[in-house]
Ligand binder design. Structure first.
Ligand SMILES: CC(C)(COP(=O)(O)OP(=O)(O)OC[C@H]1O[C@@H](n2cnc3c(N)ncnc32)[C@H](O)[C@@H]1OP(=O)(O)O)[C@@H](O)C(=O)NCCC(=O)NCCS
Length: 371
């Protein structure tokens, strides 16, 4: 028995390889550093879903397919419009993906469903962003890349090349991460031969938990509380003394630097220009340095991602839904892989409860308690 299934090999997979000792991350054999620098959302989503990097014709057909699938079915839009504007964004996202399973062309082949979910999940997040502010949602455009269209729907203007590039890096870095809790959840649901929409709905539910998604929101709050680098040591010392976890640190698999955190840090250093950004970055770097000195812990991808997402105009409360947009190609690739060689996931428990209780009729139980 391994608590939290630590180090348990639950299945084979040819999608993502993490070398937690050397700090390497590969998607289908390609190093994350190369993919983040040279590739983009469409290519990486294709790579994960179709097992190879696309040829030019394959890429343009895939990109066209994604962009043609951006518009939400009317039924989903009216469900979203009926919700309270202050509804929890991840609850709404769960509901919307489940609703897509009802309204989204259920007869499509699996690959098409995967493209549809990856495409529409971005529209859902932009829709719920507008709805929560009482604004009219911005309809998706078909002439923009996935990253550019997402920023356009979120911020109301077509981004410049630098912002589009940064959004692509965020998408690529978060696209897959082996058997993390949400992906494993998606595979468990898929292993019952439930459908792709239900599997992704379950993955969104797992991502909602603060130990999985959501750490970057807490990091942003922490940086605001710390405010300036000279407060770092006192703040972190006090939290550690209370045995609190510092969000954005530690990882089940990485025993060294998370390569995604290194790339995010580099991005943060390149984009920080305003006084407040420079101050926040100085706080982050000081926290990183101090946590290593005190606990020997490295930052994970969530440590610098909130900073980058703020720079792109994303509000803190939407960080986890944006993570879901980025992670959907990975979820779908794992669902497809699970179906391709399926056996229902059904582990066993090490039973620790009683074994020799005798049934006492209800009328006698009250007396038993007062005895
Ligand atoms: C990611 C995480 C859930 C992994 O959990 P895990 O593999 O079960 O690791 P544990 O919680 O058992 O931690 C192992 C040890 O490191 C310490 N540790 C781990 N992460 C820590 C953190 N963020 N801050 C302080 N200490 C931490 C634990 O206190 C524990 O120390 P102990 O053995 O002295 O009790 C955990 O590191 C965490 O909660 N991090 C903060 C949340 C976060 O950033 N999540 C995003 C993940 S990408």
């Amino acid at each position: 028995m391994s608590k939290g299934l630590e180090d348990v090999v639950a299945s084979t997979s040819a999608i993502t390889f993490i070398d937690g000792v050397r700090g390497r991350l590969l998607y289908r054999g390609y190093d994350i550093n190369e993919l983040a620098e040279l590739s983009n959302y469409e290519e990486v989503a294709y790579l994960l879903l179709h097992e190879h990097l696309p040829k030019p014709a394959e890429l343009s057909a895939f990109a066209a397919d994604l962009s043609s699938k951006r518009t939400l079915p009317v039924g989903v839009k009216s469900m979203l419009a009926s919700l309270d504007t202050n509804s929890d964004a991840m609850d709404v996202l769960e509901m919307a993906i489940a609703a897509l399973g009802i309204y989204d062309y259920p007869v499509l082949p699996l690959n098409e469903k995967a493209a549809s979910i990856c495409s529409k999940i971005a529209t859902v997040v932009a829709y719920l962003h507008a709805h929560s502010r009482g604004q009219t949602p911005i309809a998706p455009r078909t002439d923009l890349s996935h990253a550019s269209n997402f920023l356009y729907m979120m911020n109301g203007k077509v981004p410049d090349e630098t912002a589009e590039r940064l959004m692509n890096i965020v998408f690529v870095l978060h696209a897959d991460h082996e058997f993390n809790a949400s992906t494993f959840t998606a595979r468990v649901v898929a292993s019952t031969l439930s459908d792709a929409y239900s599997s992704v709905t379950a993955a969104v539910a797992a991502l909602k938990g603060p130990l999985h998604g959501g750490a970057n929101e807490r990091v942003v709050e922490m940086v605001a509380e710390i405010h300036s680098p000279e407060n770092v040591e006192g703040y972190i010392r006090a939290r550690l003394a209370k045995k609190e976890k510092i969000m954005g640190f530690g990882h089940r698999v990485y025993k060294t630097d998370d390569p995604r955190a290194k790339i995010m840090r580099k991005c943060a250093e390149q984009i920080a220009t305003t006084d407040s950004e420079l101050r926040e970055l100085a706080v982050l770097e000081k926290v990183q340095e101090f946590m290593f000195k005190e606990k020997g812990l490295y930052p994970n991808v969530d440590f610098y991602s909130g900073f980058v997402l703020h720079h792109l105009g994303m509000p803190t409360e939407l960080f986890t839904p944006v993570f879901a947009v980025a992670r959907s190609p990975g979820w779908l690739a794992h669902i497809i892989e699970q179906y391709s060689d399926n056996r229902i996931m059904r582990p066993i428990a090490q039973y620790t409860g009683p074994t020799d209780e005798r049934y006492v009729p209800l009328t006698l139980r009250a007396g038993k308690i007062t005895e």
